[in-house]
Ligand binder design. Structure first.
Ligand code: PMP
Ligand code: GLN
Length: 385
């Protein structure tokens, strides 16, 4: 038999699926894959059910329902002061994952280079390679996950077509600082590249940290696409509704990819997400506050159980430094053992690196109910002490 595509066949099953299956097998508390254990805002769930029952069950327009696209444009204006023409500068996709694939397939040519920052979300590199493009990595190092001008000089070249940035960044919990974005923007302008910004955690930013979309920096508006996800902003990860904002000239080729990837996204869910994006500021503040409480609860419990926890200012995730916790074992082996012996699942951070992976860091997800976090802490404390 002839083989499948060699680029994709080279990858295994994603670590999220692997760890979730293991967690189920061992009745573990699953702090691996990033998903909340609640049911999302009841009004959105009710709206999705009502639209379904009322007959929103056929193909909606390819670029998304006007109601949602208008809500995406208004959300950009409200939170970031971005003026967006909903009819030419927004698009709805089946999750941010599809949005990313549509951007990469729609914008890249074989041989183009893409600058990326490790640790990174696992869908980026396989899709870049499948598009025939070449990834160039900047490796961010714990505990602060920073980078320098020299790091950028080492990866930018005349062949750089696009920069892919995840801010706030999974799994690091890093919220990019203004100076970092400024420096990156200077390289983007100097090399005349495009930028795709995965900003699915835009509303999950804690304390004094502030989310600044790269798109709001001088010179970036006309060369940047930013991506959001209802999964993250409304704690409904199974819905897979994503949305893009970008200049019309970039959205057109991206829409060409979208029309052959999924073409549309369930209309009842789009209506409900439009309602969500229209919620008061207080909703978004409460979401962040609640998530911050989860982060602090888990961090405190892990510290009491003897783990060294790194600071993180955003996302669903926090990082434990095994080496600093006095644990010599490599991250993947430790996570495998922890699921079986302690009954708690986490994700080895080496899975988020394509090369030169650190082996002493693991990621815990804190977007869970207090009792779920407490049970994980109880199990880990009993295991470690
Ligand atoms: N990007 C990042 C950084 C993520 O963590 C996720 C989470 N799954 C996604 C994209 C995908 O989002 P969606 O579920 O909307 O496809
Ligand atoms: N984004 C989630 C995480 O990082 C999971 C996404 C997935 O399972 N593909 O855990």
């Amino acid at each position: 038999m002839k083989a499948g595509n060699s680029t994709l066949s080279a990858y295994g099953t994603t670590i999220f699926e692997v760890m979730s299956r293991l967690a189920a097998q061992h009745q573990a508390v699953n702090l691996g894959q990033g998903f909340p254990d609640g049911n999302g805002p009841p009004d959105l769930v009710q709206a999705a059910a009502t639209y379904l029952a009322e007959g929103w069950n056929q193909y909606p327009p390819m670029l998304g329902l006007p109601a949602l696209r208008q809500a995406v444009a208004a959300h950009n204006q409200r939170f970031y002061g971005l003026e967006v023409d909903w009819a030419t500068e927004t698009m709805v996709t089946s999750g941010a994952t599809e949005a990313l694939a549509a951007c990469l397939f729609g914008l890249l040519e074989p041989g183009d280079e893409v600058v990326l920052f490790q640790p990174l979300y696992d869908s980026y590199v396989p899709i870049i390679r499948r598009a025939g493009a070449i990834p160039r990595f900047v490796s961010l190092k714990a505990p602060d996950w920073g980078f320098t001008r020299a790091d950028l000089e080492a990866v930018f070249s005349p062949r750089t077509k696009l920069v892919l940035v995840n801010n706030p960044q999974n799994p690091a919990g890093k919220v990019w600082r203004r100076e970092e974005l400024d420096l990156l923007a200077r390289f983007i302008l100097a090399h005349d590249t495009l930028a795709v910004c995965d900003e699915v955690y835009e509303h999950l930013v804690f304390g004094d940290a502030k989310h600044i979309p790269l798109m709001t920096l001088p010179g970036m508006r006309e060369r940047t696409i930013r991506i959001g996800s209802a999964g993250k902003s409304f704690s409904l990860t199974g819905w897979k509704v994503g949305y893009l904002t970008g200049p019309a000239a970039l959205m057109q080729p991206v829409a060409k990819a979208h029309q052959y990837l999924t073409f549309t996204t369930p209309p009842n869910l789009q209506h409900a997400v439009a309602l969500g994006l229209g919620k008061d500021n207080s909703y978004f503040q409460e979401l962040a506050d609640e998530m911050q409480l989860g982060r602090d609860r888990l961090a405190k419990g892990l510290r009491q159980a003897g783990f060294t926890v790194l600071d993180g200012a955003g996302t669903y995730f926090l990082t434990v430094d095994l080496a600093a916790s006095g644990i010599e074992e490599e991250d993947a082996a430790f996570c495998q053992r922890m699921v079986v012996e302690a009954g708690v699942a986490a994700i080895p951070i080496s899975a988020f690196f394509e090369q030169d992976a650190p082996k002493h860091l693991i990621r815990f997800c804190f977007c869970k109910k207090a009792e779920t976090l407490d049970e994980a802490i109880r199990r880990l404390t009993a295991w470690r002490c």
